[in-house]
Design a protein around this ligand. Structure first.
Ligand code: ZN
Ligand code: ZN
Length: 126
């Protein structure tokens, strides 16, 4: 049922389901916890690598050495709010045309993409 013609094996299906469940980037450990250890961490990592290679998911790292993953599917351009205390991540969508215009005016760089991440404390940790 996939368009890219890869085999939809069980781990892939389960990991896809897990990523679909979270509406934010999650780590392999969080996926593992959500799937109640149905797939071992090594297979999760291997499957995530593969899903990354075929552009189903996007990998992000917020400087804490932990890689997090989220689905590209229906994934509108957004930014991340990262809690420095508990590591929770929230997605945020916003208008940023002004910011992008400013960058364009200040540089002749051809920008293809950008990432914006905000660090602070989530409501639970304040
Ligand atoms: Zn943006
Ligand atoms: Zn927090």
């Amino acid at each position: 049922m996939t368009k890219i013609g890869i085999r939809y094996t069980k781990p892939r299906k389960l990991i896809f389901k897990a990523l679909n469940h979270f509406s934010k980037p999650v780590s392999a450990a969080e996926i593992n916890f959500y799937l109640k250890n149905k797939i071992d961490l090594t297979s999760i990592y291997r499957t995530l690598e593969l899903m990354k290679k075929i552009n189903i998911i996007e990998e992000t790292e917020f400087g804490d050495g932990k890689k997090r993953y989220e689905l590209m599917k229906n994934n509108k351009h957004h930014h991340h709010l990262v809690c420095e205390n508990c590591g929770d991540v929230e997605n945020i969508e916003m208008k940023e045309d002004n910011l992008l215009d400013k960058v364009k005016n200040k540089s002749s760089f051809l920008i293809k993409e950008h990432k914006l991440e905000f660090f602070g404390l989530c409501p639970n940790c304040q």
